[in-house]
Write a protein that binds this ligand. Structure first.
Ligand code: CA
Length: 409
């Protein structure tokens, strides 16, 4: 690929990435942009100059119109952006549509339709099984046959940087007979990879795994904040509810699926073989290195507390789509499908504090001698992702700091 003339692309947002987001400057309304180097390219301004085919409403405060336009429109737009950013012919006009990245505010990139959270990392499912059902098989009997998931709360998906207020809820203290209502003392993160649906599907018609990529617009890192003490008291028999619904953070920049295609690698062989409706011709996952960073309250720098890989996912996003639609449920533009916590088999590759601290029994030791089991007020977490190997790119990161609980809780 040719080099771009935009400054900063060697170190930040190279031409091979070109993620989409929604930005605003000062009091101007939010609109669609693309991150390149140290700049954000204003797609509405480009279309206004006649430099970009208006395949969608690029002046909208969300990517949904563009996401719904489909793979041909996505490919054509991306190819045209590469052309505009590498050649000299339209450089003056393109430069006028560039905004300094440090001068913009980033918004939630798309209106979330439905949010589904899966449980697709085998090491994570086994770790939680060992913690909560000691002495029995760490995997539930269904786990190897279907990608387990639940519907989360779309309305509390927030953009990276949004602070998270410590939730209060009903909690049953250890050995107590009755619950109390109080701030969560076991506030946790979950490192996940989310895929965003662009093109919807027809109600009643399942989408098979091999057709799923035609519906997927791109990917974001996801932090599925979790209050373990609220969750453990409420989750039986209907699953997570208030222990998860208070906030879910996503990156401000959506990485196009096309940019991730070169980083597909074969998925682990599934044994037993899934039922025919969950099979793909060649199941693949993405070779992305992932990291959890923590800046403990009062500290300025993040330190890595976990390093893992998206290769550790047993169920692929295509199989998640096939499972989700297997009963006739349709996909909608803006659906967010998150992988579930991604953990690897090694202790340093666990994607949540409940695993890293083994349910509080083995605190995580930080560089300055402090220890953490779960998050404290003032702590800030960053999730980072990068394509494996040389010449790749970093995904948009996901940050969030913990604010104290509010009210009497
Ligand atoms: Ca989760």
């Amino acid at each position: 690929m040719n080099e771009t003339w935009v400054a900063g692309a060697e170190t930040r947002f190279p031409l091979s990435h070109l993620p989409y987001g929604v930005f605003s400057r000062e009091s101007e309304p939010p609109r669609v942009g693309v991150a390149v180097g140290d700049s954000v390219l204003d797609l509405g301004a480009l279309a206004g100059q006649g430099l970009l085919e208006p395949v969608a409403d690029f002046s909208a405060p969300a990517l949904n119109s563009f996401m719904a336009a489909g793979p041909d429109a996505w490919r054509a737009t991306r190819a045209r952006l590469v052309e505009l950013l590498t050649t000299e012919e339209e450089r003056t006009g393109v430069a006028e549509a560039l905004v300094e990245a440090d001068a913009v505010r980033l918004h939630l990139p798309f209106a979330v339709a439905d949010y589904v959270d899966f449980y697709s990392s085998r090491a994570h499912a086994e770790n939680l099984g060992r913690l909560f059902r000691p002495g029995s098989d760490p995997l539930t009997p269904n786990w190897l046959h279907l990608p387990i998931g639940y519907h989360g709360r779309a309305g509390t998906v927030v953009v990276s940087g949004t602070p998270v207020v410590r939730p209060s809820g009903q909690i049953r203290p250890p050995d107590a007979e009755r619950p109390v209502f109080r701030p969560s003392a076991r506030l946790d993160i979950e490192l996940e990879l989310g895929f965003v649906v662009g093109v919807g599907s027809e109600l009643g018609s399942p989408v098979d795994a091999d057709a799923a990529p035609q519906h997927l617009f791109g990917a974001v890192l996801v932090n599925d904040w979790s209050a373990r003490d609220i969750q453990s008291w409420e989750y039986q028999p209907l699953g997570p509810f208030l222990g998860k619904s208070f906030a879910t953070s996503i990156a401000a920049w959506v990485t196009p699926l096309e940019a991730l295609e070169p980083f597909r690698v074969p998925a682990v062989r599934q044994d037993p073989e899934p039922l025919p409706h969950l099979r793909a011709a060649e199941p693949t996952v993405f070779d992305l290195d992932l990291e959890v960073g923590l800046a403990a309250a009062g500290m300025r720098e993040f330190e890595a507390v976990s390093r893992t890989s998206a290769r550790n996912l047993y169920w692929t996003v295509e199989q998640q789509v096939a499972h989700l639609t297997s009963n006739g449920t349709n996909l909608r533009t803006g659906d967010l499908l998150a992988s579930g916590t991604i953990s690897g088999p090694e202790p340093g590759a666990r994607g949540s504090f409940i695993e890293l601290s083994w349910n509080g029994a083995e605190p995580v030791k930080l560089g300055d001698g402090r220890r953490r089991t779960f998050l404290e007020d003032g702590d800030e977490v960053v999730l980072r992702g990068r394509t494996a190997g040389a010449g790749g790119f970093a995904l948009g990161d996901v940050r969030g700091a913990i604010l104290p609980a509010r009210g009497d809780g």
